[in-house]
Ligand binder design. Structure first.
Ligand code: NAP
Length: 279
């Protein structure tokens, strides 16, 4: 056995280095994973965590230049990856993404969906001033698209005998953030969507879970951490006195997608450094 491992390390020095330095289990080998909004931040970290565990990853976001950058970054880390543009709010983009993944030459099916996209929180303000357009956009991208993408992948997961879906919610889904009313409500809806889908998906051997990050250092949350005063206020609410990093979320997503989580469905894991999360 030792001989076999040694031979493998000699014949593949990159894999050997990775095995020895990180000890990441290759428990997603042979799986195909779609991660939406995965050219930056949490989505990119999730793609990397899944790829490091052996999954063939499909990254996407709205801008081709971002997709190209993410694909070459992940390839430089020895991860099997392809990419395409996909604005999850557009039906034709969602179809294009799924068609690409089911294409035999590209991937030949799908086992994992991470629904991570959300509208950027551009409209800070009093919830009573939010317009119908704002609600349509936020619920469309954050909630409806998560459902519609899940619905699209189910038949393909069934063909593979099952699968795993992870939806990215937020601590704001538990405690609405001031000035981010519609966004927070959309994130609460994702907790409900996860629960609503779990029993039906279980019939097809598909698990669905949710991750609710706290404040994670990405471009998306810059308004919360760029200003020292605001950051200090947020850190008062955490037990672990630091901002989260995208990798803190990526590894939890990868765990939920793996067989180690085979008895977990309909759940939300909060990854917040100890912020109070209660509905
Ligand atoms: P980020 O670092 O700013 O990355 C956002 C990613 O989403 C980019 O790849 C962007 O690329 C893509 N994107 C934006 N709109 C899209 C759309 N309509 N369709 C497809 N891709 C889209 O953001 P993040 O902080 O990682 O946020 C990811 C998720 O985590 C979101 O659901 C967010 O609500 C959640 N979250 C974040 C935090 C936090 O503190 N950061 C906390 C709780 C929850 P393009 O510009 O090329 O489209």
């Amino acid at each position: 056995m030792l001989k076999a491992v040694t031979r493998c390390l000699w014949s593949n020095p990159v894999a050997g280095r990775r095995m020895m330095s990180h000890h990441v289990p290759q428990n997603l080998s042979g799986k195909v994973a779609i991660v939406t909004a995965s050219t930056d931040g949490i989505g990119l970290a999730a793609a990397e965590a899944l790829g490091r565990r052996g999954a063939h990853v499909v990254v996407s976001s709205r801008r081709q230049a971002n997709v190209d950058k993410a694909v070459s970054l992940l390839r430089s880390k020895d991860i099997k990856v392809i990419g395409t543009t996909c604005n999850v709010g557009k039906a034709e983009d969602r179809d294009k993404l799924i068609n690409m993944v089911r294409n035999i030459e590209q991937c030949g099916g799908v086992d994992i969906l991470v629904s991570n996209a959300a509208c950027e929180p551009v409209c800070f303000g009093n919830i009573l001033e939010s317009t119908e357009e704002v609600w349509d956009k936020i619920l469309g991208v954050n909630v409806k698209a998560s459902f519609l993408l899940t619905k699209l992948v189910v038949p393909h997961m069934e063909k593979r005998g099952g699968g795993s879906v992870v939806i990215v919610s937020s601590v704001a889904g538990y405690q609405p953030m001031q000035g981010l009313g519609p966004y927070s409500v959309s994130k609460t809806a994702l907790l409900g969507l996860t629960r609503a889908l779990a029993p039906d998906l279980a019939h097809s051997n598909i698990r669905i879970n949710c991750v609710a990050p706290g404040i994670i250092k990405t471009r998306f949350s810059a308004a919360l951490w760029e200003n020292e005063g605001v950051l200090e206020e947020f850190l008062k609410q955490t037990s672990i006195k630091r901002l989260g990093q995208p990798e803190d979320i990526g590894v939890v997503i990868a765990f939920l997608c793996s067989d180690e989580a085979s008895y977990i469905t309909g759940e939300t894991i909060t990854v917040t450094g100890g912020m109070n999360c209660r509905l």
